[in-house]
Design a protein around this ligand. Structure first.
Ligand SMILES: Cc1cc2nc3c(=O)[nH]c(=O)nc-3n(C[C@H](O)[C@H](O)[C@H](O)COP(=O)(O)OP(=O)(O)OC[C@H]3O[C@@H](n4cnc5c(N)ncnc54)[C@H](O)[C@@H]3O)c2cc1C
Length: 389
């Protein structure tokens, strides 16, 4: 029976952000990860779309992703097809990748407690006492000097300390996963319009020859559940348009992601947030795995520096994230809020315009990485449209 545990750093949440913090802490720093699910990477709560260049830069083994060189966009009556020559997309084997990320801290000074839920935290002196719970031990305490909130959209640490709250706008997604059959393994599809309402849908082939067909909607922009939107999509026979055959024994994945403005405050003294709890997923398509890994690793390094006496290290972490996200995510969220209101007819026009973009422009838009030229051009086109009206 556990009564009390001690560590330097308590990491709440064993998703890509928390696992990456742990793997990049200095071996002299003792950490504990609390993860509420029984296993890392299961159940799957994400669809795993990403980019080959980021996986290479993060040194993710190739077996954990399927490279995609054909990305097609569909609305009800228009399509934009891209044969990607340079900046190829990728689809992750989510469970395999997360277990690989966990394996990176196996030999470090880290204890991973799965099936263990973080309940609450209180300040005590210069440190913290957290309460956790699992089936074997019931409730127990963990003393730590630092607490990392990597609990995803739930932001359980910030909420417990009154430093933040759950997002009031979220992307809520559901996915059916089944064998890929004859669907090409190098092709991904994104679809919008009548069948996906305020959100969008996707078809992603995984490295283990499965296909993920998903739909995400925005709450409270709509109060429909993604399940009902997906059921209508399936019943309407729309999958056939994309060459997808839905096999009966499909697995269901579901998840939630914040869809609110990026908040530049990441460091609250010895409480630090990263990943979805810091709203680091891209506002255009809600892609957050690569940034969770990248900034989780950076936080692990900078927190070690801070513990070893570099008093500016955590501020550097925050400044690096702010430089990366503030401008692009502000513009991306503006786009997201606008397109969430699009009618199916407006989506058709938009996809026709998309078809005229170069590969580089399309990629920048999906990744929420905007050049000043793109921002100015979009604002100008909007103004022109409004003045025309
Ligand atoms: C439907 C959907 C589709 C998506 N598609 C993509 C995509 O194609 N590509 C992409 O890059 N990103 C995608 N995302 C976003 C991506 O999943 C997230 O950005 C990413 O998972 C963030 O990682 P994280 O570690 O911050 O949070 P999470 O992955 O959410 O990990 C947090 C973990 O903390 C655990 N936790 C929560 N509360 C507690 C508690 N009280 N105690 C203990 N543990 C707790 C949770 O169980 C969870 O496993 C999608 C998200 C959704 C919902």
């Amino acid at each position: 029976m556990i009564d009390t545990l001690d560590c330097d750093v308590l990491i709440v949440g064993g998703g890509p952000a928390g696992l990456s913090v742990a793997s990049h802490l200095d071996p002299s720093v003792h950490s504990i990860i609390l993860h509420q699910d029984a296993e890392i990477g299961r159940p799957v709560r994400t669809s795993g779309g990403t980019w080959e260049r980021d996986m290479q830069a993060l040194e993710i083994p190739k077996k954990h992703y399927q490279v995609i060189d054909q990305l097609d966009f569909f609305s009800d009556n228009a399509e934009a097809r891209f044969a990607i020559a340079n900046d190829r997309m990728a689809v992750l084997d989510v469970t395999g990748l997360y277990q690989y990320l966990a394996s990176l801290s196996e030999y470090s000074n880290c204890n991973l407690l799965t099936g263990t839920k973080f309940v609450s935290v209180e300040r005590q002196g210069d440190g913290f006492v957290s309460t956790a719970r699992n089936r074997e031990d019931g409730e127990f305490s963990i003393n730590s000097n630092y607490v990392i909130d990597s609990s995803g959209w739930q932001s359980v640490v910030l909420e417990s300390l009154g430093l933040g709250s759950k997002p009031n706008r979220t992307g809520v997604g559901i996915e059916y996963e089944f064998p890929r059959c004859s669907f090409p393994k190098n092709r991904a599809i994104l679809f919008v319009g009548e069948t996906a309402l305020t959100g969008y849908g996707w078809v992603f082939p995984t490295p283990d020859n499965r296909l993920r067909l998903g739909i995400g909607v925005l709450h409270p922009d709509t109060d429909l559940s993604p399940r009902s939107v997906m059921d209508a999509f399936v019943a309407g026979g729309h999958a056939a348009r994309y060459g997808v055959e839905i096999l009966k024994d499909y697995k269901v994945n579901a998840g939630i992601i914040p869809s609110v403005a990026y908040d530049p405050e990441l460091v609250f003294g010895n409480v630090i947030r990263v990943g979805d709890s810091a709203n680091m997923a891209s506002p255009t398509v809600g892609e957050g795995i690569r940034t969770a890994i990248e900034f989780g690793r950076l936080l692990g390094q900078e927190l070690s520096n801070q513990i070893n006496g570099d008093t500016r290290a955590l501020q550097r972490y925050q400044a690096t994230a702010n430089k990366r996200f503030t401008r692009d995510y502000r513009f991306g969220l503006m786009m997201n809020q606008r397109i969430a209101q699009y009618s199916p007819n407006r989506w058709d026009k938009s996809v026709q315009r998309l078809a005229r973009l170069s590969e580089v422009e399309m990629t920048a838009m999906v990744r929420s990485e905007f050049s000043v030229r793109m921002i100015v051009r979009t604002i100008w086109l909007n103004l022109k449209r409004k003045m025309g009206r």
